[in-house]
Write a new protein. Structure first.
Length: 295
């Protein structure tokens, strides 16, 4: 019975198991070469300095293409030769025309300056245009220069005025301390003297605007007003020189028509009235073409 056993029957003690076949590994795909464009343009060309600024990548190749297109566009534009030197008048004229410099200074169109009204007449657009044209500036460049110039000047003026007003305010405050309770009265006397001595409303407005902002001006105008208020005009002894006959006659008429003048006022002291009469007599002598006594 043992001789008839099937050799492939399991449990055969003399049978060695057949090993499983080892699988054949699949071939590894060849590594793709890295992107490299400089190696394909030739050794000398790839080392050119102008290509050194482009990376040896797809992005670098794209930048190279973009640069080439821009260069083609530039070269296709109208070419303007540079002037040969400062004495090449024709070359300079052609170059200026090509870049947009106006043919004449009058062709610049500059806007009115945006500056404080007080300094508006200090900006000469025509003179500025002449300078811009002399230096060959385009309209756009001239506009920028004009804008910067006027803004810089306006800001400097505003800063100066701010500093001036700050100084005046400080001086006025000191004047308030000096005058104390008489400040308002002294300012009123200053205004009175300005109104009395002004020849016109324009002159009066200018004096008020000017003197009222300066402590020295206020002190002076207040003293003048105080002189009138206390009827001390005669203290000047009416000395005046280089007066024409016509001016003397007009002054006599003005004095005689003023009831508050020491010549006519009943409130005038005897010495003031006498000084006023002497002054009028001198004026009459001048108006008649005579040299007054005592001159």
């Amino acid at each position: 019975m043992a001789d008839n056993l099937d050799p492939e029957t399991p449990g055969n003690p003399d049978q060695t198991p057949t090993p499983e076949p080892t699988p054949t590994p699949e071939p590894t795909p060849a590594a793709l070469p890295e992107f490299n464009w400089k190696g394909r343009v030739g050794g000398d060309l790839s080392k050119a300095p102008s290509l050194g600024k482009f990376e040896d990548t797809e992005a670098g190749l794209a930048e190279l293409g973009k640069s080439y297109v821009n260069l083609e566009t530039l070269l296709s534009n109208e070419k303007v030769p540079l002037p040969k030197g400062p004495d090449d008048a024709e070359g300079i004229a052609q170059f200026n025309k090509a870049i947009g410099v106006p043919d004449t200074a009058e062709q610049y169109t500059l806007p009115d300056p945006v500056v404080p009204e007080a300094m508006a007449d200090q900006f000469d657009k025509n003179g500025f245009a002449q300078v811009m044209h002399k230096h060959g500036l385009t309209q756009k460049q001239a506009d920028g220069m004009w804008k910067d110039y006027t803004e810089m000047s306006g800001n400097k003026y505003a800063d100066s005025m701010k500093e001036y007003e700050s100084t005046i305010d400080g001086n006025i405050n000191e004047l308030r301390k000096d005058w104390g309770d008489t400040y308002d009265a002294n300012v009123e006397l200053a205004d009175m003297s300005i109104r009395k001595l002004s020849d016109s409303k324009e002159m009066e407005d200018w004096l008020v605007a000017t003197l009222s902002k300066n402590p020295y001006g206020l002190k002076y105008a207040s003293k003048v007003g105080n002189t009138f208020a206390e009827n001390k005009v005669g203290d000047f002894q009416y000395k005046r020189f280089a007066m024409t006959a016509e001016e003397a006659g007009n002054e006599v008429s003005k004095i005689k028509a003023d009831p508050n003048h020491a010549y006519s006022s009943e409130k005038a002291t005897e010495s003031d009235h006498a000084a006023a009469v002497d002054h009028v007599n001198r004026l009459i002598a001048i108006s008649m073409g005579k040299q007054p006594i005592g001159r």
